[in-house]
Ligand binder design. Structure first.
Ligand SMILES: Nc1ncnc2c1ncn2[C@@H]1O[C@H](COP(=O)(O)OP(=O)(O)OP(=O)(O)O)[C@@H](O)[C@H]1O
Length: 349
């Protein structure tokens, strides 16, 4: 096997998959592409089809023979070249099959042989992946005596053996302690570029920190396919005003809130036919805080207008920034658990 292979692309088109005897398909008309070196996070509620998608892409479940269905890894057709595909892929399945009676080193050396790592390179390669997965001190321990977290690390080390062009990890940080989660995340982040990475996780913060792009599956269908920055892009402004220094500063909350509301209305009226202003407003101690939905208005133009109107009204701005959308919110919206904030009417609170 050659030492450094180029990162793999993945192309999926028109993929519908039924488990034998199942009433509903596990995957419905799934289509997406992964560029070489990209880190893709596969998200979705339980039973959405993530593991099924990974098994098919790795050549461990058959690609249905159907017109319009295409699954390619590194340019290879998974339907007809699944063995060649497996040589391109390091796969951590949901349940890691391990040889209980072998020591970690023996297990990984055996797996390296299966993966056609050259005999003379095997020992060093096993030590390299053991280092990446935090297993250096466990190499002589029998697998049957390992805790769940360490077994998971053996599975991760196995997937990295031979630096495969595509690394596919099904929930890699399940069962790991918080320190190890951190270590594995850093390691995965460093894989990007040289190897293509697809991984699934229910920990959205992990996906946010690690991925270039996300795909969200829901009931077997792709409901979002976007860059992480697009998924997190906000259409709100988060604003905070301090107490005006002039005018005594002794007004009641209602008066200060009304002054801010009037200022925001004034800023909003600069934009023709922009629909009603959507704002959530609250008075917290000395501060008035607001979240304004920009809707059809460009975020920076609205920010400039609010800045100018605040100045004119003598309301001292202490913060004016894009609101932060969390991946949890995006996930809930696209999987149908929450109405899109764009469609939700705001109003004063
Ligand atoms: N071997 C199988 N035989 C029949 N149905 C299966 C099999 N494996 C999975 N399924 C079904 O296929 C659907 C997709 O399952 P899959 O394991 O791919 O989902 P997942 O998104 O990985 O879920 P989770 O987050 O719970 O791991 C589910 O409805 C599941 O019940």
């Amino acid at each position: 096997m050659s030492d450094a292979r180029a990162p793999a692309s993945v192309e999926v088109e028109g993929l519908t998959f039924h488990y034998p005897g199942a009433e509903d398909p596990a995957l419905r008309e799934v289509a997406f592409r992964v560029r070489p070196g990209e880190r893709l996070g596969l998200l979705g509620p339980n039973g959405a089809g993530k593991s099924t998608m990974m098994r098919i892409a790795c050549g461990y479940l058959p690609v249905p023979r159907r017109r319009g269905t295409k699954v390619r890894v590194a340019g290879l057709d998974v339907a007809t070249q699944s063995l060649a595909v497996r040589e391109q892929v390091g796969y951590l399945p949901e349940q890691v099959p391990l040889y209980q009676e072998l020591r970690v080193r023996e297990h990984l050396e055996f797996r390296a042989a299966v993966k056609r790592v050259r005999r003379r390179a095997r020992r060093a390669e096993v030590e390299r992946v053991a280092g990446l997965a935090g297993l250096e001190d466990m190499l002589e321990t029998p697998i049957g005596r390992l805790s769940r977290g360490y077994r998971q690390r053996v599975g991760i080390a196995d997937a990295l053996l031979g630096s495969p062009p595509l690394v596919v990890l099904d929930e890699p940080t399940v069962g790991l302690d918080p320190n190890q989660v951190q270590g594995i995340r850093t390691m995965l982040k460093n894989l990007g570029g040289a190897q293509t990475l697809i991984f699934s996780s229910h920990i959205l913060a992990e996906v946010e920190a690690l991925c270039d792009r996300i795909i969200i599956l829901s009931r077997g269908a792709v409901v979002a396919d976007e860059t992480v920055s697009a998924a997190l892009a906000s259409d709100t402004l988060s604003i905070e005003w301090g107490r005006p220094s002039s005018g005594g500063g002794g007004e009641g909350d209602a008066i200060r809130g009304a002054a801010v509301q009037a200022c925001l209305e004034q800023a909003w009226s600069r934009f023709d036919a922009a629909g009603p202003l959507e704002v959530e407003l609250s008075v917290v101690g000395d501060r008035v805080q607001a979240t304004v939905v920009s809707g059809p208005v460009a975020l920076d133009e609205l920010a400039a207008a609010i800045g100018a109107e605040s100045l004119a009204a003598g309301l001292p701005l202490v913060r004016l920034e894009p609101g932060r959308r969390r991946l949890e919110e995006r996930f809930a919206v696209v999987t149908g658990f929450r109405e899109a904030p764009e469609r939700a009417k705001g109003g004063r609170s």
